[in-house]
Design a binder for this molecule. Structure first.
Ligand SMILES: Nc1ncnc2c1ncn2[C@@H]1O[C@H](COP(=O)(O)OP(=O)(O)OP(=O)(O)O)[C@@H](O)[C@H]1O
Ligand SMILES: [Mg+2]
Length: 253
């Protein structure tokens, strides 16, 4: 589904945004991509969408390759891979239904099918009653549901999500996460960037990949962890996740 083979991404600075990152996400798998701010999560997702190309190494996604797929053909990949952003990126001055309809139009759905399919997609994300609402009338959580419905329009086998709950409160976050799980159970692989430890704690079955300053320092699917710098491995965030509760939290209980 996604294979990173020794991927390095440089942006003309001494420190690459990603350094020699390798992992393989298989069909139907759910994985969190975590790490501190600036660790390379968004860069990895952009590479996985072939929105950018690696400086070294290769990214393979749903049968496409960063080394072989021409820029002209990237749209074919976009039909197989959905993408959800932290800031939703809906079309303003349009309704929820129009936003999803537009995505269906772009992928060439037949005119007659567009509205019923858009309605079905909105129902799938629990937003049927708000189909006619303008984007500015929707809450953040509802806007993100529209964005997810839009990402599902092409029935992708893989969904990439860059901190999709980053702008949402706890309850809306839970709703969006439940939705991702439902989608995943239907067979879609999900790679979701987040630095929300609580969220990862609540989903212990998900695979966890952790980046630190561009290095993959932890992969819960690997028995042997990648050879990182010893002071960093296992991951900085993950050691918090797996470790004992903080004394302060114990006192609270
Ligand atoms: N287009 C770009 N040009 C130059 N440097 C970039 C570019 N995109 C990312 N970087 C750099 O690459 C590193 C990784 O950035 P990235 O956005 O991937 O981190 P992130 O883990 O998504 O962080 P956050 O949690 O804050 O979203 C950072 O040092 C960033 O400044
Ligand atoms: Mg980011």
């Amino acid at each position: 589904m996604i294979k990173f083979i020794k991927v390095t991404k440089e942006y003309g600075r001494p420190e690459p945004a990603l350094s020699d990152v390798s992992f393989h996400l298989v069909k139907g798998q759910f994985a969190f991509l975590t790490g501190h701010s600036g660790s390379g999560k968004s860069t990895a997702l952009r590479l996985a969408h072939l929105a950018e190309r690696p400086t070294h190494g290769e990214v393979r996604v749903s049968g496409f390759s960063s080394s072989r797929t021409s820029r002209r053909d990237v749209w074919k990949l976009r039909r197989k891979v959905g993408y959800v952003f932290q800031d939703f990126r809906l079309l303003p001055n349009r309704t929820a239904l129009e936003n999803v309809s537009f995505a269906l139009e772009v992928i060439g759905s037949s005119r007659k099918q567009i509205v019923p399919r858009a309605q079905r997609l909105l129902a799938q994300v629990g937003l049927a009653p708000k189909a006619g609402a303008w984007v500015h009338e929707l809450s953040g959580g509802e806007q993100q549901r529209v964005a997810i419905a839009r990402a599902l329009a092409s029935e992708p086998l893989l969904l990439l999500a860059d901190e999709p709950t980053g702008n949402l409160d706890e309850r809306a976050t839970r709703g969006i996460m439940d939705l991702f799980w439902e989608i995943n159970v239907l067979g879609m692989a999900v790679l979701m960037a987040t630095h929300d430890l609580e969220l990862m704690r609540r989903h212990p079955k998900a695979r966890v990949l952790e980046l630190d300053e561009g290095h993959l320092v932890y992969d819960s699917a690997e028995k042997e962890q990648p050879e990182g710098r010893p002071d960093r491995s296992p991951g900085v965030l993950i050691s918090d996740l797996a470790g004992e509760p903080e004394p302060a939290q114990e006192r609270e209980i």
